[in-house]
Design a protein around this ligand. Structure first.
Ligand code: FES
Ligand SMILES: [Fe+2]
Length: 355
């Protein structure tokens, strides 16, 4: 079964930090309409994007910010960053219940993370993607919305054998589909690892053009998936015959690309696909940045087209349709299992809700 249930009481990426400013931004995360904006002193805040009065979205014009207050564009209810309503038209008394739900926010590694759930995050912090803000890396990034359930994107990213077919001519070469994978699951940490090491592979244009490598390459893909939201692909390419990484972890003979995806469920059938590509070479070369941005966006859009099609197929098929899984699906199946466990743990129990 492809996961469609949401895992609540988790951190999710709602936006990039650069998207959140002095203009309200509306995003729907786990079916919850969320308003994001930045206070005058630069703090990102997240609150319900529905006015308590007649539900007008506070992200929609003519709603607007005045200093650190959000004014509803319909009848003028006004809210502070804590969600409390501070003004109601034509009366002094503000109803006690006039407050918007706010969401805990963490800004980290260029992302704005929000906590979606019924309890507070406590000490829980989002997983890290430090390359995206490291001075030793140059990063390009974007976000493509998907008209497909998030489980399809998780499946897609955990099985890179599809690169050979769906992304041939960009990042796929025959060796990706031909090389077996190894899969490990750290149950305690809740992380899925999938690795594919190719000793002697063709260099796809994505790497040939960005690194300048002419011949064949050693190509490593080491995936680390932190369900529900963060996917990291540690990619290492080096000309065949280059020395392997040193015992101390340094690896000066290879090129390193850290591909990061934040997979954020929006509704049951739509997903935010945040993608970023960080590299440790040609740091100041704008041409390389432009090339990697265009190439990766093209690749992401190829996935989007395929997954949007799959969503249509799923919508039309009977519930008990049986998929066939093979070796390449081991990582994806492990991810589905962890996600199902998280969804179950975060589900509101009926007896708790009734209290
Ligand atoms: S709907 Fe917002 S003030 Fe009426
Ligand atoms: Fe893909």
């Amino acid at each position: 079964m492809i996961v469609t249930e949401f895992a609540r009481n988790q951190w999710y990426v709602a936006a990039y930090g650069h998207e959140v400013g002095r203009r309200q931004l509306g995003r729907t995360v786990l079916n919850e309409p969320i308003l994001l904006w930045r206070t005058e002193d630069g703090r990102a805040v997240a609150m319900a994007d529905r006015c308590v009065h007649r539900r007008f979205p506070l992200s929609e014009s003519p709603s607007h910010l005045v200093g650190d207050r959000v004014v509803c564009g319909y009848h003028g209810f006004t809210y502070g960053p804590d969600g409390v309503c501070v003004a109601v038209p034509a009366q002094q008394r503000i109803p006690r219940t006039a407050r918007l739900r706010t969401y805990p926010v963490v800004e980290q590694d260029s992302f704005v993370w929000v906590w979606i759930g019924d309890r507070e995050p406590g000490d829980t912090l989002p997983p890290r993607a430090p390359w995206l803000v490291s001075p030793d890396y140059a990063t390009v990034c974007g976000m493509e919305p998907l008209n497909a359930r998030y489980g399809l994107l998780v499946d897609n990213l955990l099985d890179l054998s599809h690169e050979t077919y769906l992304h041939g001519g960009y990042i796929g070469t025959p060796e990706v589909a031909e090389t077996p994978i190894t899969t490990e699951v750290d149950e305690d940490a809740g992380i899925v690892y999938v690795s594919r090491h190719m000793d002697d592979a063709a260099c796809p244009p994505f790497y040939a053009e960005s690194t300048g490598i002419k011949g064949r390459i050693t190509r490593w893909q080491d995936i680390e998936y932190h369900p529900p939201c963060l996917y990291l692909l540690h990619s290492r390419v080096a000309p065949v015959g280059s020395p392997p990484p040193a015992a101390d972890g340094t690896d000066p003979h290879a090129f390193h690309v850290e591909v990061v995806y934040a997979i954020t469920p929006s509704t049951e059938n739509s997903t935010y696909d945040f993608w970023a590509v960080a590299r440790d070479f040609a740091l100041d070369d704008e041409k390389v940045s432009d090339f990697l941005r265009d190439s990766n966006r093209t690749v992401v859009l190829q996935d989007v087209a395929a997954l949007d099609t799959l969503e249509q197929v799923l919508a039309r098929e009977p519930d008990r349709y049986q998929e066939l899984s093979v070796n390449i699906d081991t990582g994806g199946l492990a991810a589905r299992r962890l996600l199902a466990k998280m969804a179950q743990a975060g589900a509101v129990r009926p007896e708790a809700a009734a209290r």
